[in-house]
Design a protein around this ligand. Structure first.
Ligand code: NAP
Length: 294
């Protein structure tokens, strides 16, 4: 990868920066598309966020990704919010505009594209969401946007599940979501019965099962896994989580979190550069990230 003195700069604001795959993905896009652009890690502590945004804007950054712990805090410093960010209540992508950065949420786009790609219809679907944090907010907003029929949100801290259900019910303008504790599975229609088998799209969005704790899953109950026709994991490391193994053993089709990561990045890159990335380049970036995770 090389960049000229006239090249564009994008970056990732995070703290700590961790083992992000985003620089690999975005620099691969630039290399394959022949764009004079570079994507760099920008480790930024919460107390420095405002200064970091002023500095990167002054230095003509084209755009940025924003991740933990800045996804909500960043909103206070933006010139505009896209509808996607308003729906989710969090921002993961900044795009340079005349008066400042405009905030988007491309996690919602990434998750939607990864699910639709596998042939699942979201409109009218019945869904179960495990988790009620930031990634869950994107998943729940997606259910509103795509017109899901019902949504059961399960979380270790049930108050957060109920708060997220309330938020999306008000977005949808109808009571389609319900928040439940992990020991409240019996409230899901069809649970433990033949009629419930393969009835739901299930999305796992907690941290439980993330590397290095790869033998963990938020829910162990085998009867729960029978509810899923399709099981979507948001964690991307490891590539196959215990949630995915339990879901597959119960008969569900499984989708891993790397596709969501890929497509949220595709959308961000397309917004920064006002172009559509060809499929073969997207596939190449996916393979590169898979290799990096091995
Ligand atoms: P977050 O806002 O901190 O939310 C964490 C969620 O996990 C909460 O629901 C929390 O429950 C739950 N949780 C944490 N530890 C748990 C445990 N030991 N047992 C049960 N539940 C537990 O985090 P986030 O931003 O939503 O991120 C969650 C995961 O999604 C991370 O692994 C992240 O890497 C991944 N992610 C992936 C993508 C992608 O592109 N594939 C995008 C965004 C995020 P409580 O409310 O009870 O604490």
């Amino acid at each position: 990868m090389s960049i000229s003195a006239r090249g564009s700069v994008c970056g990732l604001l995070a703290y700590p920066i961790g083992h992000s795959l985003s620089p690999d993905m975005h620099n691969y896009f630039s290399e394959k598309l022949g764009l004079d652009e570079v994507y760099i890690p920008l480790q930024t502590a919460p107390e420095d966020l405002k200064k970091a945004l002023e500095g990167t804007y002054a230095m003509k950054f084209l755009g940025m990704n924003v991740t933990i712990p800045h996804k909500q805090a960043v909103i206070a410093y933006l010139a505009e919010l896209d509808e996607s960010a308003e729906m989710v209540g969090a921002v993961n992508t900044l795009v340079r505009t005349e008066g400042g950065f405009r905030g988007y949420n491309t996690d919602m786009y990434g998750l939607t594209r990864s699910i639709k790609e596998s042939g699942v219809k979201l409109s009218g679907c019945e869904a179960v969401l495990i988790g009620a944090g930031g990634a869950a907010a994107a998943a729940a907003a997606m259910m509103v946007k795509e017109g899901a029929k019902s949504l059961f949100i399960l979380n270790r801290t049930p108050q957060k599940a109920r708060a997220l259900a309330e938020r999306v019910n008000s977005l949808a303008g109808k009571p389609f979501a319900v928040g439940l504790p992990f020991d409240g599975l019996a409230a899901i229609p069809g649970y433990g019965t033949e009629a419930g088998n393969g009835r739901y799209l299930v999305i796992q969005s907690t941290n439980r099962g993330m590397s290095p704790n790869t033998e963990d899953a938020a829910i162990e109950d085998r009867a729960f896994y029978k509810l899923a026709h399709t099981a979507v994991e948001i964690i991307f490391n490891p590539g196959i989580t215990r949630f995915m193994k339990l879901s597959k053993a119960a008969g569900a089709v499984t989708i891993g979190g790397l596709k969501m990561l890929l497509y949220q990045g595709v959308r961000a890159y397309e917004l920064w550069n006002n172009l559509i990335i060809p499929e073969d380049i997207i596939e190449g970036a996916y393979k590169l990230m898979e290799e990096k995770l091995r």
